[in-house]
Design a protein around this ligand. Structure first.
Ligand code: SAM
Length: 240
């Protein structure tokens, strides 16, 4: 799968792909990462890419022309590219989006800077717009990296053990049960004894109970949904 980062600051992004899982995925040719700098398309003699906001307001806004030309070039090279703009006002990015987007062949992330991007470019080019949360970052680079990482681990072959995907939090209504590693005892704290006895059915029950506790504590609204779904399952079984 190909990712193109449309950004004024590719150096903020590049380092992330120099190590660990995503680097291995690039080496295995499962991922290809490209960069496109709108500044390279600026027709301004000083390669300016921003200006004051029309109608007033604080700060600078990214001009339409460099981005428009950069994205036109990208579309010319690959008509099928799926263009995503990062903006704090859009719908929140979720695990389901990560899985869906992992089926695309080419995704481009457009990062804003300053007070954001001229709205006309977004309207012309966006296939989707996403926010990564209700807070304001200085630019879209971190947000696009977050999305790229979450999408990439859903591409077949990227994770060493793809089984880990199916039991992760947000795959089911319950969060994943707490994990423990060796040693069994650490600083006078032991892992749950049931985990050590090798009875897989008991381990499964304990993990389910711990998942329920964790979901109830961290995501009470999610727990209510889970409870309702379980109750519906029970009713359906009873009435059969
Ligand atoms: N003035 C804008 C507003 O109030 O909505 C904020 C602009 S922000 C300083 C600059 C850029 O950072 C945005 O164009 C966007 O690309 C990116 N950005 C900031 N926060 C983000 C978030 N929570 N999710 C996604 N992108 C974000």
């Amino acid at each position: 799968m190909k990712f193109t980062f449309v950004t004024l600051f590719s150096n903020l992004i590049e380092g992330y792909f120099r190590d660990s899982i995503l680097k291995r995925a690039i080496d295995k040719k499962l991922l290809e990462i490209n960069y496109l700098n709108p500044r390279d398309f600026s027709t301004n003699k000083h390669f300016k890419v921003d200006d004051t906001a029309v109608g007033g307001g604080a700060g600078m806004v990214m001009n339409p022309q460099p981005l428009y030309d950069a994205l036109s070039e990208l579309k010319k090279q690959d008509e099928s590219v799926h263009v995503i703009f990062l903006t704090p006002v859009a719908k929140p990015f979720r695990q389901n989006d990560a899985k869906r987007l992992a089926t695309k062949t080419h995704v481009a992330f457009v990062s804003g800077r300053y007070e954001g991007i001229d709205e006309r470019v977004i309207e012309d080019f966006a296939d989707e717009v996403f926010s990564i949360g209700d807070y304001i970052l200085t630019g879209g680079e971190l947000a696009s990296l977050v999305m790229c990482d979450a999408i990439s681990r859903n591409i077949e072959g990227v994770l060493g053990n793809s089984d880990s995907l199916s039991v992760e939090s947000f795959e089911t209504p319950l969060l994943e049960a707490p994990s423990f590693s060796k040693p069994k005892d650490y600083r006078q704290n032991s892992v749950p004894k049931e985990y050590l006895k090798g009875n897989h059915s008991k381990i499964r029950s304990l993990k389910l109970a711990l998942s329920e506790c964790k979901t109830k504590f961290f995501r009470p609204e999610q727990f209510i949904k889970y409870n309702c779904t379980s109750a519906m399952g029970f009713l359906v079984k009873k009435t059969k």
